[in-house]
Write a protein that binds this ligand. Structure first.
Ligand code: PGA
Length: 278
């Protein structure tokens, strides 16, 4: 795992956008895994800016979102469909048919989940997966005790998550109790993963995910098993890391290290060479 610490939220957002642009420049028809929440908003704003000002092209890109609330229609302002449309898709040139978001209103969730998994495979797998992290250490809506081999399915949200997300709803009791989410196993199959975490309220979860044992109690810790995962943190989110000086040292010394293979940026398959300091 590569741990990169930046001074601020804006720096994390810009670094993440540069990583997305690098992938698109190497593979214009890349498959992106996208996240919702407050954390990726700065990244999305920067991608929109790069599209407008630098001509970053999304016309061949395919996207898969991590999750959606069960019971919310696409038009509902709190749905992740609405969030993605407002904050990203309506500003970019991704063809409508290339956008995938789990359905919160299907009448057959089991069939939908199986189709979603199959669709990811048909599109060649996810080249770059963007992730946030919950204060309970979740990735997507894989709450504590989720199987680390889990696939797309329905999850019951943790009380902590419901409390954290209540800020987006008029009343706490409006927060849905169930969500449809990619599994940890689904996420781990992405060729490259970028986890973004900012703010002091994420520091404990970040430390547990990076330095704690791999455990279904902190599903983000499963990224320790991935060969090309990068954690982009601001100082506040990194503040409880024991080995912070080492991570800074690694980042500083990386340019001088003997390079034995360029870092794989996309679709090199499951057996891609392991990158330095992975
Ligand atoms: P946030 O959510 O970006 O709104 O903090 C992250 C998450 O719950 O995964």
């Amino acid at each position: 795992m590569e741990i990169l610490v930046h001074p601020s939220y804006e720096d994390v957002s810009r670094a993440a956008a540069r990583e997305v642009a690098r992938v698109l420049n190497s593979k214009p028809n890349a498959v992106l895994g996208l996240a919702t929440g407050s954390t990726p908003l700065g990244l999305y704003q920067e991608l929109v800016r790069m599209h407008r000002e630098d001509g970053l092209d999304f016309s061949r890109v395919t996207t898969f979102n991590l999750d959606e609330y069960v019971g919310l229609k696409r038009s509902d302002r709190q749905s992740y469909h609405y969030f993605m449309h407002e904050n990203l898709f309506r500003h970019l040139n991704i063809p409508q048919q290339n956008i995938h978001i789990p359905s919160g209103t299907t009448d057959n969730y089991q069939a939908f989940c199986a189709w979603y998994e199959q669709r990811i495979v048909e599109c060649g797998g996810i080249d770059l997966q963007i992730l946030g992290i919950g204060t309970d250490g979740h990735i997507a809506f894989n709450e504590p005790s989720s199987s680390l081999a889990s696939r797309t399915r329905i999850k019951t949200l943790a009380l902590q998550t419901i409390a954290d997300n209540a800020r987006f709803f008029d009343r706490p009791e409006d927060v849905p109790i169930y969500a449809i989410t990619m599994g940890v196993g689904t996420i781990l199959e992405a060729h490259k993963i970028l986890l973004l975490a900012t703010g002091a309220n994420k520091a404990r979860a970040v430390a547990a995910a990076i330095e704690g044992p791999v455990s279904s109690m902190i599903t983000a810790s499963a990224l320790q098993m991935h060969q090309d995962a990068i954690c982009l943190l601001d100082n506040a989110a990194a503040s409880e890391l024991q080995m912070i000086e080492y991570y800074r040292w690694v980042a500083e010394k990386r340019p001088g290290a003997p390079s034995f293979a360029p870092r794989p940026h996309f679709a090199l398959g499951k057996h891609a060479p392991v990158s330095r300091d992975a």
